[in-house]
Ligand binder design. Structure first.
Ligand SMILES: [Zn+2]
Length: 315
């Protein structure tokens, strides 16, 4: 029995937006200042549109791979000199839950960092609820393997009927060496919410000190990142998952690959990749017209079961 909750009616996989507006307040990682975030329902084919309310007049920045800039601390998007930083974990939550259309209003230049994971955004989206729209979702389906490299780092997208991510990191740190440094998450079989969304961003005390002295990461605390010294995790309570580090890399990749505002059907495999290389992979895929195609599931084309299982919460 296929989960009908994924579908607008029996005949198609629909686009989804929020049922209602939801709001959260948090601190910006860069500025350390309070920011208000509002997620609002949006019509079909809107995609994800960020809006800076603190500039006059307000500026809209629809997500797009070419608007992404990788910074020392986070992923930012930029349009006409106006920037919004730290979009990646919210983008991950939107992709993980299958939100196609949403306005993201902000009263400052960055998305609040919250607890350094996607879980607070998941909670916010679940509080709003999802609403199916009368338009089929348009997936980006990978048709052939594309690969990008940077030194020993690499990332690949290949054809797969669903969405699966495999990631390997390689840190010579006692805590990381003990934790799992490689993982495969098949989102048709494993829950994004349970298995991925709670993984926090991580860093090392030495880096935090050098970022601070460069005037960065003013909002960074043990409340919004896993921080380690040379030997151990400094956060009280330790890890949320035994392999929280590599799971956070998967969380980041889910967000990075959603910068088109369209969900991907394919398999992602990466070694030591980051926001910059993930973005290059996405651009490389889109630049090759033979490497991908649009896919929608309507009454004429029924979806494979794995694709129906990708977003079970879209009810
Ligand atoms: Zn991250």
């Amino acid at each position: 029995m296929l989960p009908r909750a994924n579908r607008y009616n029996d005949e198609m996989i629909a686009q989804y937006t929020l049922k209602t507006l939801v709001r959260a307040t948090g601190v910006g990682l860069h500025t350390g200042r309070k920011v208000e975030l509002t997620l609002r329902p949006a019509p079909p084919d809107t995609g994800v549109v960020f809006r800076r309310l603190d500039v006059e007049p307000p500026v809209d920045i629809p997500v797009a791979p070419e608007r992404v800039t990788d910074t020392r601390l986070c992923t930012a998007i930029e349009r006409g000199g106006v920037r919004i930083a730290t979009v990646e974990h919210l983008m991950s939550a939107l992709a993980g839950l299958g939100v196609d259309n949403v306005y993201v209003d902000l009263t400052g230049p960055e998305v609040p960092i919250m607890d350094g994971s996607a879980a607070p955004f998941v909670f916010l989206i679940q509080s709003a609820g999802l609403e199916a729209q009368a338009t089929p979702r348009r997936y980006i389906r990978v048709k052939k393997t594309v690969r990008v490299e940077d030194g020993d780092k690499w990332a690949e997208l290949s054809p797969h009927e669903g969405f699966r991510l495999s990631f390997r990191i390689d840190f010579e740190h006692p805590v990381l060496a003990r934790s799992g440094q490689s993982i495969t998450i098949d989102l048709a079989e494993q829950s994004y919410v349970k298995e991925v969304s709670r993984a926090r961003t991580f860093g090392f005390m030495r880096e935090v000190e050098s970022l601070r002295s460069a005037g960065l990461a003013r909002g960074g605390t043990l409340d919004n990142a896993l921080v380690m010294d040379d030997y151990r995790v400094l956060n009280e309570g330790g890890l949320r998952y035994a392999d929280e580090f590599v799971k956070h890399k998967v969380l980041d990749a889910v967000g990075d690959l959603y910068m088109t505002g369209h969900l991907i059907l394919g398999a992602f495999t990466a070694y030591k990749s980051g926001h910059g290389l993930n973005n290059k992979l996405l651009r490389t895929l889109l630049a090759d017209a033979t490497a991908w195609e649009w896919a929608s599931y309507t009454d004429a084309v029924s979806p494979p079961a794995a694709i129906l299982r990708l977003h079970p919460l879209a009810a």
